[in-house]
Design a protein around this ligand. Structure first.
Ligand code: PLP
Length: 393
């Protein structure tokens, strides 16, 4: 198989056979003409079920993660929702990280809770805690986010995959922060990967999207078939995409696909810049206030070094007080004060009152003085100088 960057650029991007256009055309059509009843020209009938831009994007992400199939959705949460609905049934139990993305927790606690899904939050940087949170027979999914948002915790994917397998539960890894350019969870035994493609995969802060990648041969247990007549989890998620209709549309997928072509070079620069920013923060604030898995003192550093090729572009730090955290995020000039992450431009935010406001008061509440930065790919000296003046204020 060709290299990662080659696949990212060429997979699903054959020149258009009728015109030679190097970039495949964008088909906005909602419906496709049939030769005879039920006889389609290229397998497409109606765009909720599928369209060429979706096929192209799903094939490239499958090739990059090393999975069996990918299904794309209108947002990262829509992708998570489709996977959860494909696998879980009322009465089932799920283990999630105690530092999970706030939206994942909100979806599970406030929507799935009403549908009879039970939830335990466990510290996934400690596999023993995950193991003891599992309820044999009832736990159908173990959810891991590594690095986690916003605390940059690291979970040992291979260790948790072994624990999940023993318990008959599927392991899902939210790979939004690392992307397949830096980490491929399926290679470490995960059963499925979810992405908010809104972040690094799109990479330009101009589209909302999500995807689920299923590993090879992953099956539902207990004779379940996800409404498809087969135990295949891929079939079940595909059926959710078609039957519940949250699949991503052509324009959004076109932008997402354009983004993924440069994922490899962007992630390299994000990681390079973030390492410099983390070192500067350590100098100003002290090592114990800076959360970045690339720092030798990070508790997950060795595991991250084993399962990631570099440490990514997200850095968090403890400002010392909520007032100081707010002052810093409101004082930067190159870093924009905004939610989200993973775009070429640097962003800064205050998770307690912004991205993670939904977990305040829960077990997942984040520190009041936490600042999260998404280190972009601008000239790194400008980023360091900007944070320095904001912190000095
Ligand atoms: C943003 C994010 C999501 C949710 O994705 P949306 O595209 O906003 O729906 C899920 N997981 C992580 C880690 C995220 O950062």
């Amino acid at each position: 198989m060709s290299g990662f960057a080659t696949r990212a650029i060429h997979e699903g991007q054959e020149p258009d056979p009728s015109t030679g256009a190097v970039i495949p055309p964008l088909y906005l059509s909602s419906t496709y003409a049939q030769e005879r009843v039920g006889e389609m020209r290229a397998g497409y009938d109606y765009a909720r079920a599928g369209h060429p831009t979706r096929t192209a994007f799903e094939s490239v992400l499958t090739a990059l993660e090393g999975g069996e199939a990918t299904y794309s959705f209108a947002s990262g949460l829509a992708a998570e929702d489709a996977l959860l609905r494909a696998v879980l049934r009322p009465g089932d139990h799920i283990v999630i990280p105690s530092d999970a993305y706030g939206g994942t927790y909100r979806l599970l606690s406030r929507i799935y809770g009403e549908w009879g899904i039970e939830l335990t939050a466990a510290n996934s940087s400690n596999p023993d805690e995950v193991a003891s949170a599992i309820r044999p027979g009832q736990t159908k999914l173990v959810w891991v986010e590594t690095p986690s948002n916003p605390l940059l915790g690291i979970a040992d994917i291979a260790a948790i995959a072994a624990i999940s397998k023993d318990a008959g539960a599927l392991l899902v890894v939210d790979n939004t922060f690392a992307t397949p350019a830096l980490q491929r969870p399926l290679e470490f035994g995960a059963d499925a990967v979810v992405h908010s493609t809104t972040k690094y995969i799109g990479g330009h802060s101009d589209v909302i999207g999500g995807a689920v990648v299923i590993g090879r041969g992953v099956e539902l247990t207990d004779g379940r078939n996800g409404g498809t007549g087969t135990p295949s989890v891929a079939d079940a998620v595909k059926f959710q995409q078609f039957a519940a209709g949250a699949g991503q549309g052509p324009l959004d997928l076109y932008l997402t696909h354009r983004g993924i072509k440069t994922l490899d070079v962007r992630m390299a620069r994000h990681s390079e810049n973030a390492a410099v920013v983390a070192d500067a923060l350590v100098e100003w604030l002290g090592a114990d206030r800076v959360l970045y898995p690339g720092l030798a003192g990070h508790p997950g550093h060795e595991i991250a070094a084993r399962q990631m090729s570099s440490f990514g572009g997200m850095v968090s730090f403890l400002a010392g007080s909520p007032e100081r955290a707010r002052r810093i995020v409101e004082s930067t000039k190159v870093f924009t004060l905004a939610e989200s992450l993973g775009g070429v431009e640097s962003l800064i935010e205050y998770p307690y009152a912004m991205t993670h406001a939904s977990v305040v008061g829960s077990q997942l509440e984040v520190p009041h003085d936490l600042v999260r930065v998404s280190v972009g790919i601008e000239t790194v000296a400008d980023l360091v100088a900007d944070l320095e003046q904001a912190i000095a204020k």
